[in-house]
Design a binder for this molecule. Sequence first.
Ligand code: FE2
Length: 283
Amino acid sequence: MEAVLAPDVKVEPIKPKVGAVVQVDKATFLDKAFIPRCLELIERHTALVFPRLGLTDEEQLAFTDSLGERVNFTDSVPGGDESTKDVYTITLDSVVNTDPEYVFGSMFWHMDGIISDIPPPKFTLLSCHQPPDKGGQTEFASTYAAWDALPDEEKAELEGLRVVHNLVAGLHGVLEPDEINPAKRGMNHEHPLVWTHESGRKSLLIGHHADYIVGMPKPQGRALLARLLEWAGQPEFSCRHTWQTGDFAMWDNTGALHRALPYSEDSGRRMHRTTVAGYEAIA
Ligand SMILES: [Fe+2]
């Protein structure tokens, strides 16, 4: 269904295969009539940036709820529910976040919620409450576009492979395995490498958290995963957003990787995140 659009909605693609900047005023954005158009835009561009929207937590939650079921997989970590219930504050400020390893982990290409016991979240939504003074841009890489562009013979080799994702791999470069909370150290999930969505589109399930390929010697499997990650992150399939106060972004977490460029504890960077539950199990 084509939504009736206010004339002041302007869509500018960032790259042909990923990302769009959507200029829209807050009233139009929060109007229920905008939702189908927004879903259509995200299906097309994978990641959307809405400059200077200035959403409150309540407005962000209302928008989140209008996209699907709200999910909160970080309510038990510092920064979860800090400002408002079900809103996760992403920050390295040690007053709010006494346990920064997940934020450091987000500086590597990843998908949200991939090793949690839930279908991967459909959308991640971020509001910038304070931009970093240096670094901290967010990059998005379309794993739909990365899959589509692979040669057919390579696609045939990848279909059917299964990958184990785990926390030890996800925090590689941040913590040594024995430094990870023992209660969480064993968190892992096995997923197909290629996700065939109900829509018929396919995406790659990869990321820093992808540890090894089932049934393949670890060095060869890891080399393949590293190569696919480089492939997906190349400029043709990825884009970058530099944050300003009030900017809002959302992306399809089931067909995109994301990462923050490195930033420091005193950068001031503070983002409020909400999450929409997965629409479908991985197939
Ligand atoms: Fe993330």
